[in-house]
Design a protein. Structure first.
Lengths: 294, 356
């Protein structure tokens, strides 16, 4: 341990907090907009701390009454002040969770095979998998639209879940493969000699060792699906819409409902945050600790 | 228990040939050590026996059954890996019992066998710990326990002690040998450490460049090395090698080097005129003022009971071992006598052993 002077320690702490503030401030500002009344949003200089908080934006976005803050003068906002976005949040959750589960399941199996099994053209396979992500999604969107039309997948959960899982697969496979590659081959071999089949080795020995990797991959897949815009926009009509796409409807011909948009954005952060909180306890390092002598 | 036969076994990785036409018979219940420098193919041979590498030529038979295309799990073998390869998410108990669990043995039998193995290996206290909570020696014992509960036909060890410190290694050497004596299982043990080989083996198979150089008991390899390579590989400190020419005189055969001359056993007269290398083990010389080996002491290393003298004999290093009482200071002239019966004579070009 290097002994550091007090000044250097103080400087490091200050620098650390400065960076945190830099990243946290936009988020904070966004939240204040969600809790501000229409006029206060546009105040100049902006009111950072001293404003009158209101839940009006949330009530309008979800079309519900939270039971407090009433009696205020309601102004007429674009969209009539009643967006009913609750079901859209639900759409987002269903699509993100299921597409993540699908992508991670397939990627885990595929990357274990790519990491452990020898077959002709294995290395080409890996780069081929990745190459599918090198095309700009816009180039794919129109063909996918027609394919979906023929398959009656337009405007369905299944359709969006599938496309999100497909978009996530290449990176998920690559990421998971690196986690499997980190597990010493001798562990598989040892289990093989112990009499276990491939599937049993995968399930009992290797899978518990890559829990952290699965969690990390799941977080990335979830966030991609949670924020994906293009495919949801092109492949859905009225049946379902996710938060990023409906957010764009706050921009109307009569103006932009900033307060409502911020409220939806703030609300949408909660499920994503909960999901990450749920998986992050598996994001522990050193799962292979003690297995082999390095 | 089973015997293991290798019939003209070959192995190539692409264009690199690692094993060449190797034949070997390992008898039931013997402790065989595959010895050699790294890259000689010994680990590959072991992994082929386990079924972790394919056999590109020839046949491997366990208990008379050719196992070339058999999955590792069907070969009835147990293996201890160099890096132990424990299952990190399982407790010691589950690690040891995993093979039995896979074989769907009843729970009480698994518990009994695991506890028995733990008792033998002194692991009873540690059964409910994870591998990450164990020391190197304890992990090594868990790896052994995993092999022990198997009742396998053949036990394979791939340099199991190379990650341990010297003291623990000496201790585990004894334990592994005792384990073998108790289980009487056919054991194939790979190492590059000739001391491990000498102390543990019933039979040593010394390998070089994918070939077997010599196989035999530790005494065979030490007393009758069939080539200069074997003589130099086996024995610590390493054997002294002196180049010279065999001369035949009326007194019998003599070896003449640039500056030295000493007697060889009578029979070597037949090889008169031959360019040879003479091997003399450091332990086979005695301090003698009249001795034929004369040199200047460079350094004297005390090893406890003995002293190792490093002499400069006309420009070549010569090592001799003598009791501690013979200790001298560097710079002194010393001479050692040789027992002609303990000399090893090798052809200088081929390195093959010459006999009288």
């Amino acid at each position: 341990m290097v002994v550091r002077s007090k000044t250097s320690r103080v400087l490091r702490t200050v620098a650390g907090w400065a960076v945190v503030a830099l990243f946290a401030f936009p988020l904070y500002y966004w939240l204040t907009v969600a809790f501000k009344d229409g006029n206060e949003i546009f105040n100049w200089p902006p009111k950072i701390f001293s404003f009158t908080p209101t839940v009006k934006n949330f009530e309008e976005v979800f079309g519900i009454s939270l039971g407090f803050g009433f009696g205020e003068q309601r102004e007429v906002l674009p969209g009539g002040g009643n967006w009913r976005m609750g079901p859209r949040l639900w759409d987002s959750i269903v699509i993100a969770v299921l597409s993540t589960a699908l992508a991670v399941s397939i990627a885990t199996l595929a990357s274990y095979a790519l990491s452990r099994m020898h077959f002709r053209g294995r290395h080409h396979f890996v780069s081929w998998v990745l190459s599918t992500r090198m095309m700009p999604p816009v180039a794919v969107a129109i063909p996918v639209f027609f394919i979906y039309k023929d398959l009656s997948l337009l405007d369905t959960y299944t359709g969006v879940i599938l496309i999100h899982a497909l978009m996530n697969l290449p990176l998920a496979v690559l990421l998971m493969k690196s986690f499997f590659d980190d597990i010493p081959r001798e562990i598989d071999e040892s289990a093989m000699v112990d009499g276990a089949s491939r599937w049993l080795i995968f399930r009992r020995i290797v899978l518990p060792m890559v829990k952290g990797g699965i969690a990390a991959t799941a977080v990335l897949c979830f966030i991609f699906s949670w924020t994906e815009f293009l495919f949801v926009l092109t492949l859905t009509q009225t049946g379902l819409k996710t938060v990023p796409v409906v957010s764009s409807t706050f921009v109307t011909s009569t103006g932009t409902a900033w307060g409502n948009m911020a409220a939806l954005g703030a609300a949408a952060m909660i499920p994503a945050f909960l999901f990450i909180l749920l998986v992050q306890k598996h994001l522990v390092r050193g799962l292979t600790l003690g297995s082999v002598k390095q | 228990m089973a015997n293991v036969q290798y019939r003209n076994v070959g192995k190539s990785f692409g264009s690199v040939q690692v094993l060449k036409d190797l034949s070997l018979e390992i008898e039931d219940g013997t402790f065989v050590v595959l010895l050699g420098a790294s890259g000689c193919g010994k680990t590959t041979l072991l992994r082929m026996t386990a079924g972790l590498e394919t056999v590109t030529a020839g046949e491997i038979a366990i208990d008379g059954r050719v196992v070339n295309d058999m999955h590792p799990r069907d070969r009835d073998i147990a293996m201890v890996f160099q890096n132990y390869a424990l299952y990190p998410t399982m407790k010691v108990r589950e690690n040891i019992g995993f093979s039995l669990e896979v074989a769907k043995k009843p729970a009480d039998e698994i518990r009994r066998k695991v506890e028995e193995a733990a008792r033998v290996l002194n692991l009873t206290e540690l059964l409910d710990r994870k591998p990450s909570e164990l020391s190197g020696g304890q992990r090594q014992r868990v790896a052994m326990g995993r092999a022990m509960v198997r009742d396998a036909k053949v036990f394979l060890f791939d340099e199991p002690l190379s990650n341990l410190d010297a003291k623990l290694r000496a201790h585990m050497r004894v334990e592994i040998r005792q384990l073998h004596d108790r289980l009487k299982a056919t054991t194939i043990y790979v190492t590059h450490d000739q001391i491990e080989a000498m102390t543990m083996a019933d039979k040593i198979v010394l390998m070089k460049d994918g070939n077997i150089v010599q196989e035999g008991s530790p005494d065979d390899l030490y007393d009758r090395p069939n080539s200069r390579f074997v003589a130099e590989f086996i024995g610590s400190p390493q054997i002294n090698c002196i180049d010279g020419v065999i001369e035949a005189g009326e007194g019998g055969a003599r070896l003449r080097t640039q500056h030295l001359a000493f007697d060889l056993p009578q029979g070597f007269a037949a090889h008169a005129g031959r360019q040879v290398t003479c091997g003399i083990r450091p332990n086979d010389v005695t301090l003698d003022p009249e001795g034929a080996i004369v040199g200047t002491l460079q350094i004297a290393e005390k090893t406890g009971a003995d002293v190792q003298f490093h002499l400069d004999v006309d420009g070549t290093e010569f090592v001799a071992v003598a009791p501690r009482s013979a200790y001298r200071q560097a710079g002194e002239r010393m001479s050692f006598a040789i027992d002609p019966g303990k000399l090893h004579v090798f052809d200088r070009t081929t390195g093959a052993r010459l006999t009288a």
